[in-house]
Write a protein that binds this ligand. Structure first.
Ligand code: KG4
Ligand code: ZN
Length: 379
């Protein structure tokens, strides 16, 4: 089965062609247009701006994804294309015709993120997918963006990838604990099988990625601050700065990060001026406070639900230090638990993960049975 997947829930506009071949999920193309440099100017995403850019990007991105899916041999399957719309293929009539033929003859279904997300952004992807589904008479598979972050782990890894081998991840990996850590969400789930899961807990206020971004902003770092905080924290050997891990002692699976931002803000305001070394140390303390609580509660969930596997997903799971914290804690506590995290390009928002979820949970609908649902929450 081969799927054209579309993702536009936040600021990225992404399309991917992905195929299920025996037990592996192979990415034939992944094209993502980002408006990140525009959001860096405003220090965060302004929804209206994001949706306007997506209207501009969506068709070129889909055309590019379809065309490059058949030119796979020239590229490595996990290579992603960042689209520059000024050099886009959309005006070339041959490209229109070729992509129409690919969709007609090669594609079995269309998958699209229907929520959660920004309403304007979601509408761009959903309405485009519905139109393609109607015109080409293809079934449509609506996908929950958050579950897709976890399913990015099922995408076949490159042979030269040094991550844990995804071939170990299969039907026998159930049950597992899924931890979603992104800019908008922090959620812990217990998966019994595909499409059979229980939500255990989530953030009561800011998400983990949001905490990185807000504290980064206080430090004058550019948006999104997660990668820069990771880089700076790595430079620190030791520090006396400590921030509290919020609600780490509570016997539940909830998280809360807005208090951490306030604690960091008070500390920053109490300093006369911040040296680069001090900024690095604050980055270290921030990361440690966030990761200690994420790791502790996730491992507690594996114990309670007797799971041997943890799947991480979302932008923050691109952080190698987080994965190292997890591995170190399993060693310290002599736990036989396998930790999986997607390849970096599949951690942040992308259409390949939407296709991966759809291929493993192929619940197709007709074009007129789906709609954008910004508030979708583990339906
Ligand atoms: O999953 P994602 O691309 O978008 C949402 O669905 O929200 O996640 C974006 C978030 C941002 O908050 C960003 O700062 C964070 O992921 N992020 C990181 C790293 N890379 C991205 N946080 C910590 N360390 C990183 N290396
Ligand atoms: Zn996301």
């Amino acid at each position: 089965m081969k799927i054209l997947a579309i993702e536009s829930s936040c600021d990225e506009t992404s399309a991917s062609v992905i195929e299920k071949d025996s037990n592996s999920l192979k990415i034939l193309s992944l094209v993502t247009a980002t408006s990140l440099s525009m959001h860096a100017l405003t220090g965060g995403i302004i929804p209206e701006n994001a949706a306007r850019m997506q209207v501009k990007y969506i068709i070129p991105v889909i055309i590019e994804a379809l065309l490059s899916s058949v030119a796979l041999n020239e590229k490595k399957s996990s290579e992603t294309t960042k689209l520059d719309p000024s050099s886009s293929t959309q005006d070339n009539i041959e490209n229109w015709k070729n992509s129409r033929n690919i969709i007609q003859n090669d594609i079995d279904a269309i998958a699209v993120t229907h929520g959660p997300g920004l309403v304007g952004s979601l509408l761009v992807g959903v309405e485009t997918a519905k139109t393609l589904s109607y015109v080409f008479d293809k079934p449509i598979i609506p996908v929950d963006h958050l579950l897709a972050h976890i399913y990015a782990n099922f995408i076949s890894k490159n042979a030269d990838s040094n991550l844990l081998n995804s071939s170990e991840l299969n039907a026998n990996s159930f049950p597992f604990i899924g931890l979603i850590v992104s800019g908008g969400h922090t959620d812990l789930l217990y998966f019994k099988s595909h499409n059979n899961y229980i939500w255990l807990g989530g953030t009561r206020d800011d998400a983990a990625g949001e905490a990185f971004d807000k504290i980064g902003r206080l430090l004058g770092l550019s948006y999104p601050a997660g990668p820069e905080i990771e880089r700076r924290a790595k430079l620190v050997d030791k520090t006396n700065i400590r921030f509290k891990s919020p609600i780490i002692g509570e016997g539940n699976f909830d998280f809360s990060f807005s208090g951490l931002k306030t604690e960091a803000q008070r500390f920053i305001q109490s300093q006369d001026n911040l040296s680069q070394q001090a900024i690095d140390e604050i980055c270290y303390a921030t990361q440690k406070a966030i990761f200690d609580v994420l790791v502790k509660k996730t491992l507690k969930a594996t114990e309670k639900y007797n799971c041997k596997t943890i799947l991480l997903g979302g932008g923050v799971s691109a952080n190698q230090t987080l994965i190292e914290y997890f591995i170190q804690q399993t060693i310290n506590h002599e736990l036989q638990i396998a930790i999986f995290s997607p390849e970096k390009i599949y951690c942040t928002d992308n259409a390949a993960m939407i296709g991966a979820y759809a291929l493993l949970n192929p619940k197709a609908k007709k074009w007129n049975q789906i709609h954008a649902n910004p508030d979708l929450y583990f339906a």
